[in-house]
Design a protein around this ligand. Structure first.
Ligand code: VGL
Ligand code: ZN
Length: 262
């Protein structure tokens, strides 16, 4: 009878949808949590002391709530991961020669930009020593939820990406160093999971979140910037970077709306 046929059709449609159509046609989304590390929250580069006076800890419950409620395909944790002699540390500025064309040559202060004489010959902003490999300051914030792919009820995969690991060049983006000479493992890992869409949040909005978003757009990912799940260094820079992202095709969203998008 027709009733039975309807049931069979529905079963087959469902199978067809989940096994064939969804994997080939529908986007796959990753949550990309940028640098939610102790040093940016209550450590050496605490955002509380930067011009915007933001409290980085505020993103932790917001991101945890996203993790708890939204069925992303993959969750990515990026980590700023510097050797102790890293070129971005104000403490190390005298280890390297300042170039003649450096915008600032003496009385160099934290947050100033300098050009060093040798490679890579681009302005390097100087920060207090932070996120030194293996230290407590480089750990993810203790309250940030770590998705475990073995036990995750939503079956999500997890990617960790480490950046800024070489002493002679900085890396704000989780994809490339600041000269775009070297690439991290991130793009390869996203390809493995067939990710098309990136939902980006974390620290700092106008530095690593912005750089990662711009590079994601450049690699043809669809990028959603989760406005209430970021905190940054400088209010003007945060606004300028946001505008730049919109001009480059990013979407802005609030965390409460993400559930309906993934
Ligand atoms: C960052 C400054 C220096 C960031 C990293 O994660 O936004 N900011 N290194
Ligand atoms: Zn850094």
């Amino acid at each position: 009878d027709t009733n039975k046929n309807d049931k069979i059709d529905l079963f087959e449609l469902e199978n067809f949808w989940f096994k064939m159509v969804k994997p080939t046609l529908l986007p796959k989304s990753a949550l990309l949590i940028v640098d939610v590390q102790n040093d940016f929250i209550d450590g050496t580069l605490t955002l509380k002391k930067c011009p915007a006076k933001h409290n980085g800890a505020e993103v932790v419950p917001i991101i945890n709530n996203i993790i708890d409620t939204v069925p992303f395909e993959t969750v990515v944790y990026s980590l700023d991961w510097h050797p102790a002699d890293h070129c971005s540390f104000i403490e190390n500025v005298h280890y390297r020669k300042i170039a003649d064309n450096s915008p600032i040559k003496e009385n160099i202060k934290t947050l100033d930009s300098v050009i060093f004489e040798d490679y890579p010959n681009i302005p390097q902003r100087l920060w207090p020593a932070h996120c030194i490999q293996g230290t407590h300051g480089a750990d993810l914030h203790p309250n940030l939820k770590r998705v475990d792919p073995k036990t995750d009820p939503m079956g999500r995969s997890v990617i960790y990406v480490y950046k800024g690991c070489r002493s002679d060049i900085d890396s704000y983006s989780a994809f490339f160093d600041n000269c775009k000479l070297n690439e991290t493992s991130l793009r390869t890992d996203l390809i493995k999971h067939e990710i098309t869409d990136l939902y980006i949040c974390g620290l700092a909005a106008d530095v690593c979140v912005a750089a990662t978003s711009v590079d994601g757009l450049g690699l043809n990912y669809r990028v959603v910037y989760i406005e209430d799940a970021v905190r940054g260094v400088d209010l003007k820079d945060i606004e300028n970077q946001k505008r730049n992202l919109i001009n480059n095709g990013a979407l802005l969203a609030k965390s409460k709306d993400i559930y309906n998008m993934v």
